[in-house]
Design a protein around this ligand. Structure first.
Ligand code: NG1
Ligand code: ZN
Length: 539
């Protein structure tokens, strides 16, 4: 049976031959590179997804996107049945299969089926989604060809253009029989908007909170979903949606990554607008807020500020509701030092630091009853343990506990399956409303330490290896010692380097007391990386 399926796959693979021998790895966010190198990878990912579905006897998700990368890139990642990222052992298998020469495909598939004890009689079930890139429909077809090569009669739910978090949501709802929500895009929009409207109640204006918001859709799928959401919110929140797609170019001079990295406003958001703006990234799983103050100064509120807003509010609600639940936060080394200080010293909330990549953060957040995790780039969510959900719901339903009722409202606004810009945005708005805060009041919770993120192109980025949640370098030898000497020269100095999982570069992070010092520190560390890895620095 295994060899029969392998033969079918080899036959179908003739329409998706491997025309490039560039090695493509399964990085922080799946396979990601130039779109024209990906046809054979997509076909093979389709094959892997169908086999994984048979093995786990549940629906698997496949998302075609390159998130915040430029339009000419694309990528693909697999989502496991509970909505989590693909199991690491299968990342290795997927990478092996994606990179095999065509003539080695058959034996590798047979060996995978036999070694993993895959029950071939189980029907494959795969949920597929894609972002708005021009290359996505053809690459999606390649995935579907791969799924059908395993089993012509596979159950394929092709949802077309959806955000990455909606794909995760659909996988969860499909596998739990609709308990988490209705497994449709409309079901997702209805669940979130209903919960938001319940939280806001009758009066959408409170204190210094104004129910008006600009959303920067990054010219991607976030704009498509925002339009649906705006309708469903029915003026509870008045949204001015900009960067809605062609002729605007995906992620070009707009979107969450642009705002975070360039530390400036996106296209079509003017510097004198004085309003709150929420920037989404190309697949709507990252969120960054920004505004201009009275003096016309730009201010950015990144994933750390969002995390702290959630943590502070939930901490507050837990105290008021007198529920005994353990709240914690998870960050990566990219988190601004001030945010970690605020969490641990002011809020008394414990913070775990993990390596980059949401799978690590998500996993660590499961250790708490309420686990708030965010990457500084705006990707994150809040997880509630089973115990937390039950405790909150029980307290809310017994009546008289307003704080517990508010917490119960957040259970439905938050998409706990994965970081979700749209759901996080509604969460932020609901908290600001609850506190009666302007964005400026939120911004002044704590002051970010000036920082700089740089990239260094090197011959082989994997020369750099790290330890201690990426905060210290192991190789190349001598680099950490050099960095220690450089960092010691700067007040409040902190710097670390790591190989990117999505780009062919080594990333350098630097933080210090002034912007000038952070820039200087970053440059000196980048020069040291470049020298010890024989590369060239670039911003
Ligand atoms: P890499 O390229 O591994 O740094 C980037 C982000 C990650 C994560 C992934 C997936 C930074 C510094 N890194 O990974 O946090 O979001 O992309 O999109 O923001
Ligand atoms: Zn993204």
């Amino acid at each position: 049976m295994a060899s029969k399926i392998a033969a079918r796959i080899v036959e179908a693979a003739k329409a998706h031959t491997r025309r490039v021998d560039k090695y493509i790895g399964y990085g922080t966010a799946g396979f990601r590179t130039k779109a024209d190198l990906l046809d054979h990878v997509m076909f093979r990912v389709g094959v892997v997804s169908a086999l994984r579905s048979k093995m786990v006897k549940a629906s698997i998700g496949v998302m075609i996107t390159a998130s915040h990368n430029p339009e000419e890139d694309n990528g693909v990642k697999l989502v496991d049945p509970l909505g989590e990222m693909l199991e690491p052992a299968w990342e290795v298998l997927a990478t092996e299969i994606a990179n095999l020469p065509d003539d080695k495909l058959s034996e590798s598939i047979v060996s995978l089926i036999e070694k993993s004890n895959i029950d071939l009689s189980t029907r494959s079930s795969v949920i597929v989604g894609r972002d708005t890139r021009q290359s996505s429909p053809a690459l999606c077809q390649a995935v579907i060809d791969g799924i059908k090569a395993v089993e012509e009669d596979s159950e394929i739910a092709d949802f077309g253009i959806i955000s990455t978090p909606i794909l995760h949501y659909l996988v969860v709802c499909t596998n739990d029989g609709g308990k988490y929500g209705d497994p449709t895009v409309d079901g997702y929009v209805a669940k979130l908007s209903r919960a938001f409207r319940t939280l806001i109640g009758e009066d959408n204006k409170r204190g210094n909170y104004e129910p008006t918001l600009i959303i920067d859709g990054a010219n991607g799928v976030g704009a498509v979903i925002s339009e649906k959401l705006i309708k469903a919110l029915d003026k509870t929140l008045a949204v001015n949606l900009v960067n809605v797609g062609p002729p605007g170019i995906l992620n070009h001079d707009c979107g969450a990554d642009y705002v975070k990295v360039q530390q400036r406003e996106p296209l079509n958001v003017s510097s004198d607008c004085g309003a709150r703006c929420a920037s989404l990234d190309g697949d709507a799983d990252r969120l960054i807020y920004l505004y201009f103050d009275e003096a016309g100064m730009f201010h950015m509120l990144d994933g750390d500020k969002i995390a702290l807003l959630f943590a502070e509010h939930f901490n507050d609600l837990l105290k008021k509701s007198q529920l005994n639940l353990k709240l914690g936060m998870v960050q990566t080394a990219y988190a601004n030092g001030s945010s970690t200080n605020y969490a641990t010293k002011v809020l008394n909330v414990p913070v775990t630091c993990t390596p980059t990549g949401v799978k690590f953060l998500h996993h660590a957040a499961q250790e708490f009853d309420i686990g708030v995790y965010f990457e500084a780039n705006g990707h994150g969510t809040t997880l509630f343990s089973e115990n937390a959900v039950k405790t909150i719901k029980d307290a809310a339903s017994s009546g008289g506990n307003a704080a517990a009722q508010e917490l119960a409202g957040f259970l439905n606004v938050i998409n706990s399956t994965v970081g979700d810009a749209i759901s996080d945005l509604l969460g932020v708005e609901a908290i600001l409303h609850s506190k009666g805060w302007s964005i400026k009041e939120w911004d002044t919770m704590y002051q970010d330490l000036p920082n700089r993120l740089l990239k260094v192109s090197v011959a082989d980025r994997n020369l750099v290896t790290t330890t201690d949640a990426e905060r210290r370098v192991v190789t190349p030898e001598g680099l950490q010692e050099r960095m220690d000497i450089i960092v010691a020269k700067f007040k409040d100095g902190r710097s670390f380097v790591r190989p990117s999982g999505t780009e062919d570069v080594v990333r350098v992070y630097a933080e210090a007391d002034t912007q000038e010092h952070a820039d200087e520190l970053g440059k000196e560390v980048a020069a040291a990386v470049s020298e010890l890895c024989s590369g060239n620095c670039k911003l």
